[in-house]
Design a protein around this ligand. Sequence first.
Ligand code: GDP
Length: 140
Amino acid sequence: MAIERTFSIIKPDATARNLTGAINAIIEKAGLRIVAQKRIQMTRAQAETFYAVHKSRPFFGELVDFMISAPVVVQVLQGEGAIAKYRDVMGATDPSKAADGTIRKVHAKSIGENSVHGSDAAETAAIEIAQFFSGNEIVG
Ligand code: GDP
């Protein structure tokens, strides 16, 4: 399988509970390498751009408010089949439906406050990485 890069966010519910290290441990144990990482306070404009695909959904306002409610940690993860692998490691969007041992099963609070984001395809991964990182900030 090809080496890929995917984009990850450790979301406000997780940073607020001091879970960055615990989540990074799950990521690294799964064989994914954190090749870029920074803690930022997302602006409303950044959150609206990032989740633009969900603009017409009823939860969009709540989602944007949540994403700017506390700092987030944005990351680039690298590894074999990293995009699908990280989706597996994250677990289902709704933590009550997530498999045992996944980040969302272990740490998420609700379908909205679900601790992590991970890209769903190669095209979105490239766009999402470029929104938050310049090339020289990613060191594989
Ligand atoms: P993901 O790819 O598993 O993160 O899920 P989606 O792309 O479907 O949704 C993006 C994000 O929107 C989710 O991770 C949640 O944070 C949020 N979200 C999705 N569904 C709901 C919902 O019904 N209510 C709320 N408040 N947030 C939601």
